[in-house]
Each structure stands twice: as C-alpha cells, then as structure tokens.
Design a protein around this ligand. Structure first.
Ligand code: URA
Length: 330
C-alpha cells in the first residue's frame, strides 16, 4: 500500500534532534558548493580534495563532510561562499492557463509571475488547463525530482465536482486500483464523496457535520468546522482529514452532481478524469488542495502566489511523504 495518509507532525522531528542543532539544516559540503554554483559535483569534490576549501578555520578534506550553511562559514580560495537561496512559489493556478514555462499560443503559469521572481522558475509537474489550485513553481531541480519521481509516491489531494451520485463501487475501485489504459492499474487512491446537501449547509458558514461517504460506510460523519478566527478571512471550511475547501467551491456542486475529495500518489496524464471516466463519470471541476504536507494557502485567490515559508520548504524536502494537516493562512 503506497498511500501513506499519516498527517505530518513536525514536533517529532525537532524532538529527535540534539539540543540546539537542527540536523535537517545540515548538508554535504560538495552538495552545498555545487548548489551555490561553484562547479559540478565532480569539480567541487576535486576542489575539496585539493585543499582549497575551508569550513570555518578548518581545511576541509572530505566532500561528504556535513555543514550547516546557516552557521558555518565556507570559503573557497579564502572567499566566502553564499548559500544559494533557490526560490519556490506556491501559486493558486486559475483555469485557462497551461502548466508550462513558455508557449507561442497559450498563456502559461509563468506569465502570471511578476518580477522580482526569477524567470528560472519552472512548474513542479502539471495541472490540466482547466484544473485549478496548488501548483509549485521552483528553481530547484532536486526539489522537483523529489516531488515528481514516480518512485516517491508523493500524495496529491484534489477537490472534484463529478457528474452523478456518490457510489460505493467507485470508492472501492479507487481503493483497489483501476485500469485506465496503462500497463498497470492505478495505485490505491482515497476517494471520499461529500453529500451535496450537507456541503450546501457548510457553504453558509455554519459549523456543521458534513456527510462523508467512504469505502467502509455509507454515512460517516466527518466534522466540517466553520473557519476559525484566523481562517475567517477566507471563510474556508476545514473538513477533518480532508483539507480546506472554500464555500464557493462546495457550492459548485449542483443537482445530479457530487463533491469528492481524492488523494492519489502518482501523476499520470489526466489521471483523476480518467479514473472517474472508467466509471462513466465526468469531472466537471478539479482543484488541487495539497501536495505532500503542503496545502494551498486559502488566502490565495486564483492567479495569486507567494513564496513558500521556511517551514513549508522544510516539509517538502524533509518529509515529502507526509500528508497535509489543516492550518491557517500564511
Ligand atoms: N488529474 C487530472 O485529471 N487532471 C489534473 O490536472 C490533475 C490530476
């Protein structure tokens, strides 16, 4: 089973570390130098072995030596090397733009990004032109790889409006894997339908119980708390274990349609649409809510973006398999 839905808890990471030292901030010396643009990994290894690199006052000998870029001074030929601050942005992708850096005919997600953010950014994966929601844009190739590699199984969670009524057979199909015309069936995915009537109630902003229809039971009550004080700016509804959904999005679900929250741990072309399509259903609206432990900031309107916080960056690099736990706007 690849779908690890455990919520992330950062406290345990901190607690396991020696006092005053954050091991998560330590990286190999050769990696630090390569990331800072001093040379390729092979070139900086040679540089270190030739004795031209110092960490504080000590001459470095081993490329694998660990350094803390925040605390250690690293010098090459006596000149200090600055850590590269590679920028990663969180964009609330609007419908109608494509997930590419440049295109002769279509507006791309990078056309939405203003200076001073570097043009070196690239989208971390793709959302379809009509899909909205969380899209990371980064300069950091290693981060993209860590999040997108098919071997990594990073969980992505989406809110969907789907034609037809909730159906247990579809939930079980998602759980067990579906043939969508690829060599292998899809990996286990979590599908929770939300009852349209109850969602309409939550859209009024009242704290209520939303009926979630899961594989194990027809009507599991899952708490949909009204937005808390901090979140009230956005008026979003936090549905326990599922994420933060805006009242406007919940209200998209009309008669003869249903709302769903879907988590998948792979990223095949049009995957969610094809999975519902296998049951004769059409996805009428799709929005990504989270990727790994990082969720779309509910304060970002479609087309808006902001840099990741330090904590979000750490969650992506240190715990890419963790699953988002709800939190307020940043
Ligand atoms: N699945 C889809 O069908 N489309 C997306 O954009 C993302 C996941």
């Amino acid at each position: 089973m690849h779908l690890d839905m455990r919520p992330v808890r950062t406290a345990y990471i901190e607690a396991a570390l020696p006092q005053g030292k954050n091991m998560a901030d330590q990286i190999r010396l050769d990696r630090f130098l390569a990331d800072a643009g001093i040379g390729s990994r092979a070139e900086v290894k040679k540089l270190i072995r030739s004795g031209r690199v110092f960490v504080n006052t000590e001459r470095a000998k081993q490329p694998e030596q660990k350094v803390s870029p925040d605390q250690d001074e690293i010098l090459v030929d006596q000149a200090p090397v600055r850590p590269s601050v590679s920028q990663t942005l969180m964009l609330n992708k609007p419908a109608g733009v494509i997930s590419a850096t440049k295109d002769a005919h279509e507006k791309t997600v990078l056309d939405l990004i203003q200076e001073p953010y570097a043009s070196k950014l690239h989208p971390v994966g793709r959302l379809d032109k009509d899909t909205e929601g969380l899209l990371l844009l980064t300069e950091d190739g290693a981060l993209s790889h860590a999040l997108l590699s098919p071997k990594k199984h990073v969980v992505k969670t989406y809110f969907a409006v789907v034609s037809g009524a909730p159906d247990q057979e579809i939930i079980r199909g998602f759980r067990d894997g579906i043939g969508i015309g690829e060599k292998k069936k899809t990996l286990p995915a979590r599908l929770v339908f939300l009852s349209a009537a109850d969602c309409a109630m939550t859209a009024d902003g009242e704290g209520t119980v939303c009926t979630a229809i899961t594989a194990d039971s027809e009507n599991t009550a899952c708490t949909a708390a009204a937005a808390d004080a901090e979140n009230s700016v956005s008026g979003h509804v936090e549905i326990t274990g599922l994420g933060s959904i805006s009242p406007d999005d919940l209200a998209r679900c009309k008669e003869g349609e249903c709302c769903a929250v879907v988590s998948i741990s792979e990223g095949k072309f049009h995957q969610i649409k094809r999975m519902f399509g296998a049951f004769g259903r059409q996805v009428l609206f799709l929005k990504r809510l989270s990727m790994g432990a990082v969720a779309l900031d509910p304060c970002l309107k479609p087309g808006q973006y902001r840099p990741l916080t330090e904590e979000e960056r750490k969650l992506l690099t240190d715990a890419p398999h963790a699953v988002h736990e709800e939190g307020p706007c940043q």
